[in-house]
Design a protein around this ligand. Structure first.
Ligand SMILES: Cc1cc2nc3c(=O)[nH]c(=O)nc-3n(C[C@H](O)[C@H](O)[C@H](O)COP(=O)(O)O)c2cc1C
Length: 145
């Protein structure tokens, strides 16, 4: 099984969480292959090689996609049957908490992708309890494939 962990970040939080997810999931699932990439480096990616794409990104400016995510989602190829799971970073002190998650889901399903599990939304800083909860969520998603 091969899993792509990709991230679209503005201030680095999504990258930091994606990196920790990659390290910890690799340790739990030593029998699986994990690829860790910036969404900017995924242009022209052959998604059919992956059993799952774990996309980690954030909301900005009134619950919008960040600009890296917007660019990434706009250039995706047809994704018929491709499984994606989403981690959304945000902050509930903003009126549209994790608003980009719904926009990401809409963009991916428009391309034919299948969303696996419910998106995992994160409120606030990337600290140990948040990382552990996200690893547990991702572990559940992987086991359910
Ligand atoms: C100017 C600004 C606008 C933001 N807008 C939102 C928002 O509308 N909704 C939300 O849930 N979080 C919002 N956030 C919080 C970010 O999503 C959060 O800080 C996230 O961890 C940033 O991740 P990144 O560094 O990967 O981009 C905002 C943060 C800033 C600084």
């Amino acid at each position: 099984m091969k899993i792509l962990i990709n991230y679209a970040t503005v201030s680095g939080n999504s990258a930091m969480l994606a990196q920790q997810l990659n390290d910890k999931l690799k340790a739990i699932h030593a029998d699986k292959e994990f690829v860790y990439k910036d969404a900017d480096e995924c242009k022209g990616e052959d998604y059919s090689q992956y059993d799952l794409v774990l996309f980690v990104s954030s909301s900005w400016d009134d619950g919008d996609l960040n600009m890296i995510a917007e660019d990434y989602l706009n250039q995706l190829p047809d994704l018929a049957g491709q499984k994606f799971a989403l981690v959304g970073l945000g902050d509930s002190s903003y009126p549209h908490f994790c608003g980009a998650v719904e926009k990401t889901e809409a963009a991916l399903t428009a391309k034919g992708a299948t969303l696996v599990g419910s998106a995992h939304k994160i409120d606030g800083f990337v600290e140990d309890p948040i990382v552990e909860a996200t690893v547990a969520w991702a572990d559940g998603v992987i086991k359910g494939l």
